[in-house]
Design a protein around this ligand. Structure first.
Ligand code: GDP
Length: 634
């Protein structure tokens, strides 16, 4: 049974003395409503901490606040009264407590960022109830570097070695037991996309990131992304240098390239462990698991198996015979058959639980992967599962959440924006501006990062979470959402889905083609002098199909609008072969012979630009406008 396996091995690391912190920000008292009947709230609490406390996503809290006219950011402190309102809206009872002035949080951080709240979940548990738990591990890395093979190698070696036997069914996660009986949980969807999309939804599941680098290929773009995503999440990294069986393997090159990417491995005097492995010959797999367990030990991962369970859905689907099936990582507490659970927008009673090897089990303890049956609907990956005391509470919470979703339309989720940076700084909340930087060529990266670095001050640090060449993609938006960052594109575009994602999530995306404009904006934002009103909105794109000369100089491009719309009052960026060749105003826009104000997607039109007359067939005209952004006050 998962619980006894995970819970009572009795490994006792050095323990901090029991600490019942007062209500300093970041040291939040967590009371399970099903155990205590009501939650206790501190005098002030950040949006993120409140989300943790109520085990909902921060976006849920922000939406709830928007309903009361409060536009809060994720790290913003809100007072107890406001927090109570939100908690009650979400179906919680709030205990009448008078908060005592807190002992200083020993970590000393006010308005603590996301990462610290991981612990918050367990803060209330009595030290005596906490037991070490297995680490939950995600494998990331460049395509073809062997993520899937490595997971397979880990699973087959260890399942065969483990005493449970049986064949792992595919449930989205695997539990592995080493020869000396230690457990690890691996998430089966490799890659930072899955990792960050969960994180963007407020789920924090992973304790350790294994970054796979093929020894014969070295550090590649997705390796860098994986590293950035893990670092942004403050998840410790273990490097698995794979394919060492290959004759072309060049470990030194890997070490050097990693060092250049800011990851200094232990052999080079750094603190990132690196294990040479071969998923093919299975060399090094045991060592890799050992190192992961060592890193886990340092983290002192603990959970309370006695409390009501909290977990995260990592995969779910509708099974014809069995109804909704959802693989859940139980993060704390013990999930039992018969428990009433709220999961995202749905709830249900746990009808049955299945282990990773397809065995029916009665309960699942902390850090176990189980398939949950009995939900009334299929949840989404990243949804939090929480045991509540009865169906009435479950129903109320689900109702509240559905209402918020309806209210969400149109209301930006209140993410970090350059405009509200200053007010956040003033309020002592923002200490750093997190930036995701995409450029056309990697050559510009250094110059821009340096220029940005010079803007860092004692008050506000500029932290470039990810810098890479290429268009702004969904991944970047996800990382921004998860990390409360803004996205800057320099001489680069943004994919359609990324643009839609950014709009939906309220991510601040800024496109520049001149470095000083970029740095001026950031500088102005840091000084609270940014002109907040106007932002660029990309309206749509049209492809040039034919060129017509009118008179001597004027050129009209016969175009087909491929997406969005072209507006007569807009500006135009002309793309050719992935590069911007001109920026201009739209001078004329026609459908047949008529001047029109706009032309929608899938229609043809004639476009004339005011100054640029060298349009060619195949060019893409990207139409954008400047629009006032509704200021999200800090
Ligand atoms: P992923 O895209 O990162 O999941 O990579 P895969 O696991 O699909 O592996 C990509 C290719 O590399 C496959 O052809 C594997 O057989 C091969 N491969 C993976 N690991 C090793 C290894 O340790 N040694 C050798 N020689 N080939 C490997």
């Amino acid at each position: 049974m998962a619980r006894s396996r995970s819970g009572t091995r009795g490994r006792r690391g050095p323990r901090k003395p029991p600490r019942r912190a007062g209500f300093a920000p970041g040291a939040v008292q967590v009371v399970d409503p099903s155990e205590r009947g009501a939650i206790e709230l501190p005098g002030t609490i950040t949006v993120k901490e409140l989300a943790e406390l109520l085990t909902v996503s921060p976006a849920d809290i922000i939406r709830e606040l928007i309903k009361s006219g409060i536009f809060a950011t994720i790290n913003q402190l809100i007072d107890r009264d406001t927090a109570s309102l939100v908690a009650e809206e979400l179906g919680y009872e709030v205990a009448e407590v008078t908060a005592t002035a807190g002992d200083e949080d020993e970590d000393g951080e006010g308005g603590v960022p996301a990462e610290a709240t991981k612990e918050v979940l367990f803060e209330e548990d009595d030290e005596a109830d906490l037991v070490p738990r297995a680490p939950i591990v995600t494998v990331m890395g460049h395509v073809d570097h062997g993520k899937t093979s490595l997971l397979d190698a880990i699973r087959t070696t260890q399942v065969a070695a483990g005493e449970r036997g049986g064949i792992t069914q595919h449930i989205g996660a695997s539990e592995v037991t080493t020869k000396d009986g230690k457990r690890l949980v691996f998430l089966d969807t490799p890659g930072h996309e899955a990792f960050t999309s969960m994180r963007a939804r407020g789920a924090r599941v992973t304790d350790i990131a294994v970054v796979v680098v093929a020894a014969d290929d070295g550090v590649m773009p997705q390796t860098l992304e994986a590293i950035s995503h893990a670092k942004a999440a403050k998840v410790p990294i273990v490097i698995a240098m794979n394919k060492i069986d290959r004759p072309e393997a060049n470990p030194d090159r890997v070490r050097t390239e990693l060092a250049e990417a800011g990851v200094v491995v232990e052999d080079y005097g750094g603190d990132v462990p690196m294990v040479p492995v071969s998923a093919k010959t299975r060399v090094g797999i045991d060592e890799l698991l050992e190192i992961i367990l060592l890193v886990a030990d340092l983290q002192e991962l603990k959970a309370n198996p006695k409390r009501a369970a909290v977990g995260t859905i990592i995969e779910a689907q509708l099974d014809k015979g069995r109804g909704p099936v959802a693989t859940t990582i139980v993060q704390t507490g013990t999930l039992k058959v018969g428990d009433v659970v709220v999961v995202g927008n749905t709830f249900g009673k746990v009808k049955a639980l299945e282990s990773a090897v397809g065995k029916r089990i009665k309960e699942a303890g902390p850090a176990s992967a189980v398939v949950v049956l009995g939900l009334s609907d299929v949840p989404e990956a990243g949804d939090v599962l929480r045991v509540v005391s009865d169906e009435k509470i479950a129903r109320a919470q689900v109702e509240a959440r559905k209402n918020e979703q309806a209210a969400r339309e149109g209301a930006g989720a209140g993410r970090a924006t350059l405009e509200d940076l200053y007010s956040q700084m003033q309020a002592g909340q923002a200490k750093e501006l997190r930036i995701i930087l995409k450029t056309d060529v990697s050559g510009s990266l250094g110059a821009i990062t340096r220029a940005l670095g010079q803007l860092s001050s004692d008050e506000t640090k500029i932290n470039v979470l990810l810098e890479a060449a290429g268009d702004i993609t969904d991944n970047d938006i996800m990382l921004a959402t998860a990390s409360n960052a803004i996205v800057i594109g320099f001489n680069t575009g943004i994919t359609d889905t990324a643009r839609r994602g950014a709009e939906a999530e309220g991510v601040d995306v800024r496109l520049y083609d001149i470095i000083y404009k970029l740095t001026d904006d950031i500088d102005a934002a840091l000084k609270g002098m940014l002109e907040p009103e106007m932002v660029e909105v990309i309206e749509g794109r049209a492809e040039v199909r034919q060129i017509f000369k009118v008179g001597k100089t004027t050129v009209i491009a016969g175009c087909y609008v491929t997406d969005g719309r072209i507006v007569r009052t807009g500006s135009a960026r002309v793309w050719r072969g992935g590069k911007v060749v001109a920026t201009d105003k739209i001078d004329s826009l026609r459908r047949f012979r008529d001047d029109v104000r706009e032309v929608a997607a899938n229609f043809e039109c004639g476009i004339g630009l005011s100054g640029y007359n060298d349009l060619e067939e195949g060019d893409i005209i990207e139409c954008y406008t400047q629009q006032a952004r509704s200021r999200i006050a800090g």
